[in-house]
Design a protein around this ligand. Structure first.
Ligand code: SF4
Ligand code: SF4
Length: 464
């Protein structure tokens, strides 16, 4: 709803109060501290600014990934693009491995750094905050420029402008989102021709409507009602997971509630570091730092390694502890990620763009003609790369062998696959054995990849 910003603090839920030691209930007594620096400012790179920079980079990545085939499914063509590789659906093992790797990385990051994904990287959070900022800016602008209009008129103007901008943004975001599943240029032509009939066009229209509803009405409520990740975090985290925590050993909180006002999730972090709404964004840390700085004190809210652990950035700890590797379990997880990542890189590097598969066609064992013996074979060629390739075949360990192909330079366009029957022949009396082992070799250019197939050549049982 316009004007609403996430769930109210009243509705916030404490999911896992591992300890009640730090739980403080409002109302708290208001402190009277002397102001020592009323001009106190936050340092340039505070959490808020860091989030804005990361959000912007994430937005760029989200928008560009499908256009550069870094990660994209192509459902109509049954392809999965990963790190520039075009994987075909029959390469399911690599696709499955890639998905597993990404899931494992997200799980490991959650274990170490809590909900850092939600606060810093999640597109839902990025666009929800962007829509709230947009609404606030439009409201300020209209109130300033049309101050003479009644509140009702300004409210309608505000709604119309915000919904119009969100509508256009939803079309763009839905386009980018569906580009992860349909080739972007194909999708673009469906968009400009107002296609809502084909599957791609219909999906585009539905996703646009859902995106609009999400960013106009649902926003951060999505995180606490629909998204399972926050609940999952309760299972993944442990006593050493990074949390945002209120620590006030001197009991100097001045009860200004700025930490509550800046929280887009609408909670009071002073109640517990384990509230399900908390996305560990650190906005309340900046807010408290700004307030307490005026009193010459440090912030009362911090990133900490668990409820009882030391604060983030504690220089007395070793470097690996400072980055979150704080127990054997975490080293184990880190080692598994390394093994996974290395295996995936090896699997991708061993993969050829040109797939060649040759198998004998034993519908007839052999045929004789023109003083030669013929064996039939079938080849399957697929060019899974982005440029044209030329495949040539040759034989080894089969004297005087000839391939009967219209051309032994088979040109495969990018993405093309071909199935073709061909024969190999030898002079009738050239081989002494009935079953002769030999090799068919393929070479693809310009990739310079080769494949070798061990085959058998069948001769007649009785030579003429
Ligand atoms: S309580 Fe603080 S860290 Fe948690 S969501 Fe609110 S502002 Fe972000
Ligand atoms: S911002 Fe800091 S001082 Fe103000 S209410 Fe929050 S914790 Fe207390």
């Amino acid at each position: 709803m316009l004007g609403e910003v996430g769930p109210t603090a009243k509705n916030s839920t404490v999911v896992a109060e591992k300890s009640n030691d730090n739980v403080k209930k409002s109302p708290r007594p208001r402190k009277k501290l002397p102001v020592v620096n009323k001009d106190f400012q936050l340092e340039k790179y505070n959490w808020h600014r860091l989030r804005r920079i990361i959000h912007f980079l994430c937005f760029l990545i989200f928008v560009t990934l499908p256009f550069f085939n870094v990660m994209r499914f192509d459902i109509p063509r049954a392809r999965f693009y990963f790190a520039g590789f075009e994987l075909w659906i029959n390469e399911f093992a690599i696709i499955f491995f890639s998905m597993l790797f990404l899931m494992f990385v997200i799980t490991a990051v959650s274990m170490l750094y809590g909900r850092v994904y939600c606060g810093y990287l999640c597109p839902q959070m990025i666009f929800s905050e962007a829509s709230i900022n947009l609404e606030e800016k439009v409201k300020t602008f209209i109130n300033k420029k049309f101050a003479k209009q009644s509140i009702k008129v300004r409210s309608w103007m505000n709604r119309i402008v915000v919904y119009a901008v969100l509508g256009l943004a939803s079309i763009f975001l839905a386009f980018v989102f569906i580009s992860y599943f349909i080739e972007p240029r194909d999708l673009f032509w469906r968009l400009v021709s107002f296609d809502v009939v084909t599957a791609g066009g219909f999906a585009g229209a539905v996703v646009t409507l859902l995106t609009f509803a999400d960013f106009a009405f649902l926003r951060q409520k999505f995180c606490t009602t629909v998204c399972p990740y926050g609940y999952l975090q309760g299972i993944l985290g442990d006593d050493n997971t990074l949390v945002v925590q209120y620590r006030d050993p001197e009991e100097i909180c001045v009860e200004c509630k700025k930490c509550v006002r800046v929280c887009h999730m609408g909670i009071d972090i002073r109640n517990s570091p384990y509230q399900i709404e908390c996305i560990h964004c650190g906005e309340c840390i900046d807010a408290c730092k700004l307030i307490m700085g005026k009193f010459g004190k440090d912030t009362l809210i911090h990133y900490a390694w668990g409820e009882k652990g030391e604060l983030l950035g504690d220089k007395t700890k070793k470097w690996y502890q400072r980055i979150g590797l704080r127990d054997v379990k975490r080293f184990g997880v880190f080692a598994i990620i390394l093994v996974y990542g290395t295996s995936l890189a090896v699997a991708l590097s061993l993969r050829h763009n040109v797939l060649v598969y040759v198998a004998p066609n034993r519908a007839t064992m052999y045929r004789e003609a023109d003083g030669r013996v013929y064996n039939a074979f079938r080849m399957t060629l697929a060019n899974r790369g982005g440029k044209d390739q030329t495949v040539t075949l040759s034989t080894a360990d089969l004297p005087d062998a000839k391939l009967t192909l219209p051309s032994n330079e088979i040109v495969l366009k990018a993405g093309e696959s071909v199935q073709q029957e061909f024969e190999i022949s030898v002079p009738a009396n050239s081989l002494p054995e009935q079953v002769n082992h030999f090799e068919i070799r393929s070479a693809a250019a310009p990739d310079n990849t080769t494949d070798v197939f061990k085959e058998t050549f069948i001769m007649p049982q009785e030579k003429k």
